[in-house]
Design a protein around this ligand. Structure first.
Ligand SMILES: C[S@@+](CC[C@H](N)C(=O)[O-])C[C@H]1O[C@@H](n2cnc3c(N)ncnc32)[C@H](O)[C@@H]1O
Length: 403
């Protein structure tokens, strides 16, 4: 059995891997999912239960159900995987189909009265970002399941199937970012997160992204009053191989304090000091994107004399935030201790001017305005102070990573 699981989806081309979101799951994570659903199997004494994986791939999850004597269903878009699935269950239980179309229990021959458990590693990808690069097609799904991310469509499909329990992997960002959480629509209204274990995306055998991001092994139960975002903010996520918890509300971030978007229609578009900062969604994109720019840019936030220190802070954060488990923080907005920054504005201003090329090449009269505003004498003073400042803010920024 073991050698049935190839390390890489080697029947696919690079383009197909992106299109199908085909990142295959390591055995350890599969076992974790199975251990989470075991209690339901036992509770129902293995009777009247159907276990479905609607993005079955090689069937690594369902294979674990083989010796458990439960009814299984495998659905998979990629017909080339049929030989693998046939080794796990008989033809009647295999559906080579788009699992997001005409979604109903009837489609997968699941009785309305069965206790339905959905497991698996559904594909996810933001069609808007990858699509631009031309590798990915748009999502074909029932109207009520449509979303720009395939993974969110899959979660909504579980609600449409009225699954009693859902235990799948999905990016942590689906639920910890409020805008994404709201896109879950009826899924969040009908399901409650019961258990959640975070692991890094780098654990997948094949990932094209260089920056690892947090993935969640999520166990949901169907309930009458669902979850509010506040429930997620307080949720105590476990972290694989670490004896620590990830609690969203325990982090202080720049949200509501530092603007991260380019100006909207009626907002000021030109900076009084000719400076702009590349927009960002979260720590991962802050670290990846450009920083200060000296010309207006469609992705440029307007930096002004009075908010310059905040962007100087982001620049320092970008350069110095290198904690041990950086991947864990990737989906959060930059971390901050606002009191510290308000008290040490000049530290960050000096650090940024010393280390950023765009700032160093600023017209002398503009630099002078910044110096005057922040009470800095001249560049020589910065040179003199910089080594002790650098040490202190480095220590401070690292101290924000509490896990
Ligand atoms: C992330 S892989 C996971 C496969 C398997 N569960 C595993 O971990 O080894 C996602 C799988 O979903 C399949 N898939 C993608 N879109 C699908 C769709 N709309 N309907 C059914 N299967 C789909 C892909 O072909 C791929 O095999």
């Amino acid at each position: 059995m073991e050698n049935m699981e190839p390390l890489l989806p080697n029947h696919l081309t690079q383009k197909e891997i992106i299109m199908l979101g085909a990142f295959y799951t390591p055995g350890r994570i599969v076992k974790l999912v199975i251990s989470l659903i075991n209690k339901y199997l036992e509770e129902f004494k293995y009777k009247n239960i159907v276990v479905l994986d609607s993005s079955a791939g090689y069937g690594v999850f369902l294979r674990e159900m083989n010796n458990k004597n439960v009814d299984i269903r495998a659905s998979e878009y990629d017909g080339r995987l049929k030989p693998y699935l046939s080794k796990i269950t008989n033809e009647d239980n295999i559906f080579l189909t788009n699992s997001l179309i005409n979604v109903s229990r009837e489609k997968f021959k699941i009785p309305e009265t069965s206790f339905l458990i959905i497991i698996g590693n559904p594909p996810y990808n933001d069609v808007t970002s990858e699509y631009k690069k031309g590798a990915k097609g748009s999502i074909i799904a029932d109207r009520d399941l449509l979303d720009r991310d395939l993974g969110i469509s899959f979660l909504k499909s579980y609600d449409k199937l009225k699954a009693n329990v859902v235990c799948v992997l999905h990016p942590l960002s689906f639920i910890i970012k409020e805008a994404n959480f709201n896109r879950l629509k009826t899924f969040k209204e009908n399901y409650k997160l019961i258990d959640g274990i975070i692991f890094p995306s780098s654990m997948f055998y094949y990932t094209s992204r260089s920056t690892p991001f947090p993935v969640l092994v999520a166990l949901y139960e169907r309930v009458t009053n669902g979850m509010k975002y506040d429930y997620i903010k307080k949720f105590r996520f476990k972290i694989l191989d670490m004896n620590k918890e990830f609690i969203l509300e325990s982090f202080n971030t720049t949200d509501g304090y530092i603007n991260k978007y380019p100006p909207r229609k009626k907002q000021i578009k030109l900076s009084d000091i000719g400076l702009y900062y590349h927009s960002f969604r979260d720590i991962n994109s802050l670290l990846r994107n450009a920083s200060f720019m000296d010309k207006p840019h469609y992705n440029g936030i307007v930096v002004t004399l009075d908010n310059f220190y905040k962007y100087a802070y982001l620049f320092a954060f970008k350069a110095l935030f290198k904690p041990k488990n950086k991947w864990l923080y990737g989906n959060l907005s930059p971390l901050i201790d606002i009191d510290y920054l308000e008290n040490k504005k000049t530290y960050f201003v000096k650090y940024a001017i010393k280390n950023n090329k765009v700032l160093r090449n600023l017209k002398p009269e503009r630099l002078k305005r910044i110096f005057d505003y922040y009470g800095i004498e001249d560049i020589k003073q910065i040179e003199k102070d910089i080594s002790s400042i650098e040490l202190e803010i480095k220590r401070h920024i690292l101290s924000l990573a509490k896990i």
